[in-house]
Write a protein that binds this ligand. Structure first.
Ligand code: SF4
Length: 300
């Protein structure tokens, strides 16, 4: 057990006890309102969705087929393995009528050993009707809703073309939590123009909301994104953290997150050939080992 904060494994134990639970990503062919013109065009300046869609996910295959492929991809490491269907790519509560949405979620739950859903979305596309559908499923299977907040600064949200506000995030979190859903927030550390103090402010603001978990990661400049172009042209101020700086920032994050809120992730790892900066060359487990060493020191 990790003695410093509630990590993803421990968080999931709250709901699934001794079972080992693996998240399997699903690309159900959703789109994004910040790309198709409903909210904006071009998307968030840092976004390249392909960097967080695993190779075994293709919208050309059904939800069931993708989940079966995911099970094979991860192998059955433990006999007591169970799975969460992770609707991860783009905005997974958007652009489909409510009957279609419901059937996609239900299809996932029909796959053997899938014991719950994780649904990634934006705060401005979590309509009450969708919340009600998810809440109904949540009576039988835990539903985790991951909302991309990214920062609590409206100025930064405008700068990176997110197309929503911090007030949208607060509203979505409260409505989802009131319906009994398990809410997690995504935040990005080091967005353009943000100091580490500003990023920590976002963490503190997030922790005042009724969330169960946080997922953080360092800003990465991904090849070919609007952010990459802005950075090359000197149009944006980005401080890409060194590994040491980022580890120290994460220690400060752990200090301020209340112990009942899980920290499911600190780092993102886009494919190395797509990352312009930062390039740390460490695997996730190595990052975690170094962080835990620093946290141990921090306790003394
Ligand atoms: S980060 Fe999410 S909301 Fe932003 S453009 Fe990408 S898919 Fe759309």
């Amino acid at each position: 057990m990790n003695p410093y904060y509630i990590d993803s494994a421990e968080y999931l134990r709250r709901y699934f006890g001794a079972y080992k639970v693996q998240k399997l990503s699903v690309n159900a062919g959703f789109s994004c309102p910040n790309r198709d013109g409903t909210i904006g065009y071009g998307g968030c300046s840092y976004c390249d969705n392909s960097t967080f869609t695993p190779g075994y996910c293709s919208a050309q295959h059904s939800v069931k087929q993708q989940l079966e492929a995911g099970k094979v991809f991860f192998g059955r490491k433990y006999s007591e393995m169970r799975y969460l269907a992770y609707f991860q790519s783009y905005t997974n509560t958007y652009g489909r009528d409510i009957v279609t949405l419901k059937s996609l979620y239900q299809e996932a739950l029909e796959v053997k050993d899938v014991v719950g859903l994780v649904v990634g979305t934006r705060p401005d596309t979590l309509q009450q009707q969708v919340i009600e559908v998810l809440a109904e499923i949540n009576r039988d299977y835990p539903v985790f809703v991951e909302i991309g907040a990214e920062t609590s600064s409206d100025a930064t949200l405008r700068l990176v073309n997110r197309g929503h506000t911090w007030a949208d995030t607060c509203s979505a979190v409260r409505r989802a939590a009131d319906a009994g859903l398990h809410v997690g927030l995504h935040l990005i550390m080091g967005l353009p123009g943000e100091t580490s103090e500003r990023s920590l402010q976002s963490v503190a603001d997030a922790c005042k909301l009724p969330i169960e978990s946080l997922k953080l990661h360092q800003l990465q400049i991904i090849k070919g994104t609007p952010l990459h172009r802005q950075w090359l042209n000197g149009e944006t101020e980005v401080h890409c953290y060194s590994l040491e700086e980022y580890l120290n920032l994460c220690v400060r994050v752990v200090r301020i997150v209340p112990h009942n809120i899980a920290i499911e992730r600190f780092v993102a790892q886009a494919p190395p050939d797509k990352v312009i900066s930062p390039q740390w060359g460490v695997k996730n487990y190595q990052f975690t080992q170094r962080l835990h060493k620093l946290l141990e020191k921090d306790r003394q």
